[in-house]
Write a protein that binds this ligand. Structure first.
Ligand code: NAD
Length: 358
């Protein structure tokens, strides 16, 4: 099969890590008989420099015409003083909106070879951490009615959490579909149904959707308990699904369990198969051009693209296993050196090690 991928390399370390991910995709393509065709578009600071705007129309059109989008990272000190609508980060919200990406998927996996980097106790870590956090991305309190008014005690402000059955159902289906592709097949739905009416609706709809997935175990958990359980017993989680705000907070909490920002991929999906895949870190301007960038988060984002946009599960697992094997063999970039006395690899060297394993 042939696939058309839009590349948004962006700024800082963006171009180097996207290049690494493309090399890995090409190697997987060679091995499994697929061809990946790339078309690069400008987004972020580089787009401001070239065109005056962070998200040119041509970029949006190019992404829409592709089978999927791979993003490096945008932003940097050069553009920090521009007004809000011209900031590189504005392009991120713009492209997510333009592509209708309402599902954010962030895996948080602790590699056993890196367990020393985990801030949790060894006896907790040894049970393993392999969570896929699914956050609703375009609804809830971040998009609800808000304002200021005169209240009983004087001026007050309010924000509104509102979810439709439709919005909950589509994110719940994304979670159950994800669980079906995993070995444990468990979904933990996180809400605050003891207090919030929107959470009670959330729970009802999740239960309704669960009936369509009899192979998947479905567990409800209140968000305050979930915040504790992620620290106390993270191995109990497989797929987690939750609202925009709870997901914002809990996905950051879970990412910290894994130790390094340079390892964590993400996917943003909508109704079509065309998703956007990106590392969770930024453009790391402090190390851009030094060769110190860890390409793993972007390489694993490419693996997610194979899984979610192209239904190439075996190929996705091949990349993930290559990363596992390289880390297990003790190869490290500078950001994941920890207490190891290994010589840190450059971005290109780490990419080469991963290519060898494919
Ligand atoms: P950052 O994630 O870029 O960097 C934080 C720290 O982690 C830095 O020390 C950096 O060197 C290190 N780091 C990040 N990724 C790494 C990697 N792959 N390998 C090795 N080390 C890595 O966050 P920041 O410094 O707060 O932001 C820098 C710029 O990135 C800002 O302009 C910010 O707005 C932007 N940003 C963009 C995105 C995105 O494009 N999705 C996300 C977050 C921040």
């Amino acid at each position: 099969m042939e696939y058309k991928i839009a590349l948004l390399k962006g700024d800082g370390i963006g171009p180097e890590i996207v290049e690494s991910a493309c090399e890995v995709l090409d190697k997987v393509g060679e091995k499994f008989g697929h061809k990946f065709n790339y078309e690069a578009y400008l987004m972020g600071g580089c787009a401001i420099d070239a065109t005056g705007v962070p998200l040119p129309d041509e970029t949006v059109a190019g992404c829409k015409a592709s089978d999927s989008v791979l993003l490096g990272a945008v932003g940097g000190p050069k553009w920090d003083t521009l007004p809000g609508h011209l900031r590189p980060e504005k392009a991120l919200l713009g492209i997510r909106h333009a592509l209708g990406l309402y599902t954010n998927i962030r895996p948080a996996k602790l590699y056993s070879a890196l367990s020393a980097e985990c801030p949790l106790r060894a006896d907790i870590v040894e049970k393993g951490v392999d969570i896929v956090m699914i956050r609703e991305l375009t609804g809830g309190i971040y998009f609800g009615e808000r304002g200021r008014r005169d209240g009983q005690f004087g001026p007050e402000a309010y924000d509104t959490e509102a979810y439709s059955e439709f919005e909950v159902e589509r994110i719940a289906r994304a979670a159950f579909d994800t669980a079906m592709k995993r070995d444990r097949k468990k979904v933990t739905s996180i809400d605050k149904a003891n207090v919030l009416e929107s959470s009670r609706l959330w729970r009802e709809v999740v239960h309704k959707v669960a009936k369509d997935y009899p192979e998947v175990e479905c567990v409800d958990m209140l968000v305050d308990n979930a915040a504790m359980q992620l620290i106390k017993n993270p191995s109990q989680f497989d797929v987690v699904v939750t609202s925009n705000m709870f997901g914002d907070i809990l996905s950051d909490e879970s990412s910290q369990i894994t130790g390094s920002i340079g390892l964590l991929p993400s996917a943003s999906l909508g109704d079509s198969k065309c998703g956007m895949y990106e590392p969770i870190h930024g453009s790391a301007p402090d190390i851009a051009g030094t060769g110190k960038a860890n390409p793993i988060a972007t390489i694993l984002s490419a693996a997610m693209m194979l899984r979610y946009s192209f239904d190439l599960e075996e190929e996705a697992r091949c990349i993930e296993k290559a990363v596992d094997d390289v880390l297990a063999a003790g190869w490290r970039t500078a950001d994941i050196l920890g207490t190891s006395d290994a010589t840190p690899l450059s971005c290109k060297e780490m990419t080469a090690k991963i290519l060898e394993q494919i």
